[in-house]
Design a protein around this ligand. Sequence first.
Ligand code: G6P
Ligand code: BGC
Ligand code: BGC
Length: 924
Amino acid sequence: MDTTGPIGSQPGERASSCPQEGMPRPSDSSDLVQECLQQFKVTTTQLRQIQATLLCSMEQALKGHDSPAPSVRMLPTYVGSTPHGTEQGDFLVLELGATGASLRVLWVTLTGTKECSVEPKSQEFAIPREVMLGAGRQLFDFAARCLSEFLDAHPTENQDLKLGFNFSFPCHQTGLDRSTLISWTKGFRCSGVEGQDVVQLLREAIQRQGTYSIDVVAMVNDTVGTMMGCELGTRPCEVGLIADTGTNACYMEEARHVRALDEDRGRTCVSIEWGSFYDAEALGPVLSTFDHALDHDSLTPGAQRFEKMIGGLYLGELVRLVLVHLAQHGVLFGGCTSPALLSQGSILLEHVAEIEDPTTGTAHAHAILQDLGLSPQASDAELVKHVCAAVCTRAAQLCAAALAAVLSRLQHSREQQTLQVAVATGGRVFERHPRFRHTLKEMVMLLVPECDVSFIPSVDGGGRGVAMVTAVAARLAAHKHILEETLAPFQLDFEQLTVVQAQMREAMVRGLRGEASSLRMLPTYVRATPDGSERGDFLALDLGGTNFRVLLVRVAEGSVQITNQVYSIPESVTQGSGQQLFDHIVDCIVDFQQRHGLSGQSLPLGFTFSFPCKQLGLDQGILLNWTKGFNASDCEGQDVVYLLREAIRRKQAVELNVVAIVNDTVGTMMSCGYDDPRCEMGLIVGTGTNACYMEELRNVAGVAGDSGRMCINMEWGAFGDDGSLGLLSTCFDASVDQASINPGKQRFEKMISGMYLGEIVRHILLHLTSLGVLFRGQKTQCLQTRDIFKTKFLSVIESDSLALRQVRAILEDLGLTLTSDDALMVLEVCQAVSRRAAQLCGAGVAAVVEKIRENRGLQELSVSVGVDGTLYKLHPHFSRLVSATVRKLAPHCTVTFLQSEDGSGKGAALVTAVACRLVQRARD
Ligand code: G6P
Ligand code: BGC
Ligand code: BGC
């Protein structure tokens, strides 16, 4: 309140002013008194209207309506549940703004049980007026100094000081420890704080102070502290009501009704900020001339109109304005005023409360008025008591109307006809004022008779509640720290990626030379990309990705037409005998031929076989080892084309001309190369991962000839199988590897590809659960089920368009029960795992394109990469991260990524077509 000039004082006024001519005669005076007191009367109808209008305003604010702007804010507080009572630990609480011009520091010990409670220690500090109205920095420095003084006076062994900041002003919270002041209320007006994060400002001040290291973990409004600190009774305490210097309430709302939150389950505490309520129709008729005068001369004219009729900062002032009016009209004090009476803020809430005391009120009234420099008569004291009663009764009634609105809202959102609820109350108006609570209760019963409300006074001004919220926040912060630590090894920096690139490059060279290397660098006998002159109908098989496909590919001038059919291969077959597997493949081909009228034709066939094969020619490939969950017996070490031909022979039903066996990377490169001749690399990031590229023949040991190029299947999934990725591999990678059917093999693939990312995530989730950080420490059956967490979930969960609630729904479908904090953590885990995968993949691509550039002695290389695979195509960020990494690691290469649209079957057909063309040409 601005006290720079007393209200109503005139320039040149004498020390005490007494009756002048024109004063009302005694007969008029009772009319005047009546008229004054009448202004503070509110009818039940008016109260009902206020209740209804406030409710409407609350509902609009919940829905996020901003035009017209609702007059209450309905601010989410990030407090999601009422206390369990199990919270434990020592906490510092700093209270600012609840009780006028003082600041309180408390030391609260939570024991985790109701039975043995420990009295908090506390100390109050008066905030100098110039600090309340000065620079924000000064205020926060003052607060930090008070904290230090308190800790000096109450030494503690505890090095790990956690603080809850009870800051009682309207704030936009975006987390328990992120809170922006919207506007000052009550007597505060410090510059440079509105629009700033007050938690941060306090942290900075504590750091400037430098004496203690204190962690500010939560910011809590006083209403929330009061609700949370409420003694656990038989019914839940779901409303916190404050009538102190200012007034406000909070309550537990269904989260799905709060538009500002992305949450559809559970409840959340909303601070109504009803002090700002105003409605011309509902509140206008209730406002007295004194309310207008008070507002006009306040620090915040036009704002907090409702609060200015209820808050303790204003009740004394309203009384004073009425007394001045009556004195100046000769009705009180023989028409005399005094400078003190004319000074703004000279009558305080305490005075009003004392005057209203039923037994000692009259004596108090005399003493207080005398202290103000007045000479009251007995009748003056009585009248002053009436004025106080009128002002305070109205305050209690208005407060009741507002609480009635909250209770109606609760009833409505719970869809309950009758409501049993406990309301925690706090603040000096409640504590000091003899009749406030009683009047409020009576009026609430009248306005919402269907609600059974019990009022529970706060014991320690909400300090315990703030400590409880702080305990929860501290637990969340500790969890966050564990999460960060767990995910740190997945965050690869530029140096680490450069090392991967260099190691890959070295392994490529050794592999090409035929020296020991984890990269096999297999020649594919594909020497040229298509030139467009290929023609004819071809069959293709595509085995080794998510789907097994049979295709008919018609290559005509300028167009390639594809007909394909997906067949499933049961796990009993992929992991059964080789004979079973190849018989199954031939059955599918027969079926395909019958369906498409191809029976009896012996079309040239290209076989995309996406496993490591040592090729001895285009139509001969020895399977080196199975990968990606395939494990059919008696195949490794065999020529796959031979195995297929044998199966054809066994069936005797078909004639097939197997011309080429092609890895999926090669098929993809060829398929994209048909449209873009610069496509000289193929990349797969799907179930497995691998790459191929065009290498200079002179660099390839073991293949005759020195000129020209040949496509090399790198089999980069096996990169690191010699232990070279050891430093990057985490314990989660090790677990996934150990549980796989090929431990120690395909280590690079197991950090990148779709078959494994979900498993890595699952292992991390298991770890976090065992530390109690996730899923309340419950390791459910579901979480322990191998492969339950599919990589496609990563793609869905990480999609930007997905709200957190949808993430939760997906995980719940898997049988996990989780909070939104859990959902957020799962999202972070997914992001870390897929980001590392994309970066490792990018480091690999960078090594390859740099090698191509150097092979050709070019300053700059422009090259295209044909890409396929479900992870690359479906994940929302993977492709972007791969190319960003390549740009950083291979700055002299311009790399264009082309997504293959038709799978590598088309490429296999093209390889076959090229081979047929060459054979044809040789014959001609
Ligand atoms: C290509 C091929 C598949 C290949 C796959 C990789 O399109 O046609 O045979 O293995 O992509 O993707 P996936 O995610 O299915 O493993
Ligand atoms: C503030 C609220 C606070 C209330 C009671 C109002 O002025 O805006 O945040 O809860 O006072 O202290
Ligand atoms: C295989 C490669 C294949 C890759 C992508 C790996 O497991 O070894 O041959 O290209 O998966 O499908």
